[in-house]
Design a protein around this ligand. Sequence first.
Ligand code: BES
Ligand code: ZN
Ligand code: ZN
Length: 493
Amino acid sequence: MNFEVFDKKLKEIEADCEIVLIVNENLTHRWIEGGNEFEKYGFSGKSEESLFLPHKNILYYGCKTFESDEIRCSVSNAFKVLKKMKYNSVKIGLYTQKCPPINARALVEGIILGTYKFDKYKSKKSNLYIKNIKISTEDYNGKIYNLDSTKKAVNEAVIIADATNDAKDIINTTPFDMTPAKLADYAKDMAKDLKNVECFVGDEEFLNSENMGAFLAVARASSNKPRLIHLSYKPKNSTKRFVFVGKGLTYDSGGLSLKPSEYMVTMKSDKSGAAAAINIIKAASRLELPFEVHSIIGAAENMIGGNAYKPDDVLKARNKKTIEVRNTDAEGRLVLADCLDYAQELKPDYLVDLATLTGACVVALGEYTVGIMGNSSTLKHSMIQSSLKSGELSGSLPFNKYLKKLLKSDIADISNISSSRYGGAITAGIFLDNFIKDEYKDKWLHLDIAGPAYREKEWGYNQSGASGAGVRMCIYWLKDFVYKQSNVHDEDK
Ligand code: BES
Ligand code: ZN
Ligand code: ZN
C-alpha cells in the first residue's frame, strides 16, 4: 500500500474513488458534496452508517467524533465496504480544524491495521484492490495545511502500524512454525535489515552459564529448546536507555498442571509479549529514536514429559532466590524472573516487561484492556496516557501489602502462585517485583497483555486472532519521551 500526501484541495486530486468521514452534525456542511442525496438514501451520518454512491464513486461513512480512535475505526470500516470493489486508488481528507497531523496518523493507522490479513495457511489468497491512498491536507474550511508535518506524521504512522502488523504475523504463526529457535532466527534476520540494530541469541548452554534456573526448568520438557534473544538498537548520541522484556512462550500447554483442552487452544499467543518487544525494536530503529532501546526475550515451550519440572519442585533463579513451584502453568513469571534480572544488568533508565501473564487480568479488566502494574504511579500514568493516544486501552492495577503476603512459601523464598484465588493479575505482578532490585523499583512497569493480545472475534479495527497489543502503546510512550525532551509543540506530535 502506498500513501501520498498532497497540499491540494481534495477536488483537485485524481483518484478512482473517495472516502468521506462524516460526523453527524456536519451533515449539512458546505464542504460535503452530495449532501442533497443523503435524505433520498436515508443516510443520517450516524456512527457506523455508510452510504456508497456508485455514480459519484464516493463512500460516506458515519463517524462518532473526529477523535483519533473513532477515525481509526471508521476508516477501517470504510475500507471493509470497499474491499471487493475494483478501485485502485482512493482519496481522503483530514477533516479537522484542530490538529491535522494527528488525524493523518489516525487515518493511516486505521487503514493499515484494519486491512491486515493473515492468510499464510490459506490455499486461496485474496488481495485488496486499493493500492494507492491519496491524502489531502485540506481541512473543513478549505484551508490547506502544512505538507511537511503531515508527511512526517504519515511516515511515522506507517512505521508504527507495520510494526504492529508484523507482531500479529509472529503471534498468528503456529507453534510448529514458530519455535524458540525459529523466533530467534526471525529476530536475527530482522536485525540484519535495520540500522543500528544487533541481535544476540543465547541457547540452553548460555542459560546454564547464566544460572537461569527458573527459565531452564520451564523449558526442560520440550524438544524445542529455549533461547534468550537480546536485540539492541543503539543510535549515536543516545540520551536514555530503555529495556523491554517479552514473554516468549511459543506454546503454553500448562506443563504438568495441564490446561484443559478448551483453554489450551490459542496458547500459541503466549509469545505475544515477545512479538511486541521484537517489533518495538523495529519501529525504534525505523523512527530513528534518539534512545538506546533493548529487548530481552525469554523464548521457551511449556510442555509435559518425563523430565518436566513439577509442582513441588524448588527452583533457583538467576538472582539466587528460591522458588517453590505449586503450579507449572504459572510459567511466564518464572521465565520473566530470570530475564528481568538479566535485563537490569544493562542499567536501564526504564524497564518494561510485556506478557500474556494471567487469565485473572482478563477477568479484572476485560478482553480489550492492558493491565499496567509497577511501583511508580507517575510512570504507570505516563504509559496510560500514551496508550490512550495510541488507541490501545489500559488500566492501572495497584499492588498492596496484603496481596504481597500471599506469595509466601513454607519451603522456599517465594511461591510461584498466590494462596488466594483473588487478585491473580496483581499477585503475578508482585511476584515479578520480587526480582526487581531496589534501584529499579520505580523505573519498572509490568504490562499484562493477556486480554487484548489475542481474541478469536474481530473488534474495532482488529481482526480475529492477534492484535499486536503493546506495540503501539510502547512506541507512543517512547515518542512522548522525545517530545518531553525537545518541547515539540503539541500540534506536530
Ligand atoms: N499464558 C497464561 C495466561 C493467559 C491466560 C494468557 C489466558 C492469555 C489468555 C499463563 O501462563 C497462565 O496459564 N497463567 C495461569 C496462572 C495461574 C496458574 C496462577 C492462569 O492465568 O490461569
Ligand atoms: Zn501458563
Ligand atoms: Zn503462559
